[in-house]
Design a protein around this ligand. Structure first.
Ligand SMILES: Cc1cc2nc3c(=O)[nH]c(=O)nc-3n(C[C@H](O)[C@H](O)[C@H](O)COP(=O)(O)O)c2cc1C
Length: 178
């Protein structure tokens, strides 16, 4: 089994596309990306190293039926992790958002993934600086940094591959040591 599991939610496919790019860059280190709406909790917890990605929908919400997504997603999956023991696991989070249209909720959904996995005892790696973005508020910023990699394929798609590659180099050692 590959060392790193990649799980994503996606409504219009952009977060899925990034998941596939990440998997390609990691080669045999990573398993094929899985949409969380097709994953079981056991699948998810079978990895000691995880990369998890989400778009933000609604107004600062997780993707899922309530936020208007076409299918179930993280909003339905995360509650199933209640009480799970993720101690010893290392998790890296990425999120897609639109800083121009949603500058007061930019990439907020990363914060829900962060809160859930840290509550379950996981260690989150891969914080990302806020420089290079133009937004007002994000719930995903803690101590001046995003809790994971913020991506904006609506306005800065040309920066995505480079951001992902830089971030992967940063997180790889911690993921492989998990
Ligand atoms: C109805 C709707 C609501 C959105 N709300 C937010 C938001 O609150 N914050 C944000 O940063 N981006 C928001 N976005 C932008 C999406 O997160 C962005 O387009 C993302 O790339 C979509 O990813 P997906 O194709 O994987 O679903 C919203 C987009 C739509 C269509």
């Amino acid at each position: 089994m590959a060392k790193i599991g990649i799980f994503f939610g996606s409504d219009t496919g952009r977060t899925r596309k990034v998941a596939k790019y990440i998997a390609k860059q990691l080669g045999e280190l990573a398993a094929d990306p899985v949409n969380v709406n097709k994953a079981t909790v056991d699948d998810f917890l079978s990895y000691d190293a995880l990369i998890i990605g989400t778009p933000t929908l609604g107004e600062g919400e997780l993707p899922g039926i309530e936020s208007g997504a076409q299918n179930e997603s993280w909003a339905e999956f995360l509650p199933q992790l209640d009480g799970a023991d993720m101690s010893g696991k290392v998790v890296a989070i990425y999120g897609l958002g639109d800083q121009d249209k949603y500058g007061n909720e930019f990439c907020d959904a990363m914060s829900f993934l962060y809160d859930t996995v840290t509550t379950c005892g996981a260690t989150v790696v891969g914080p990302w600086p806020t420089e290079g973005y133009d937004f007002k508020v994000s719930q995903a910023v803690i101590d001046g940094q995003f809790v994971g990699l913020a991506l904006d394929n609506d306005n800065q798609a040309n920066l995505t591959d480079e951001r992902v590659n830089t971030w992967l180099e940063q997180i790889k050692p911690a993921l492989l040591a998990a």
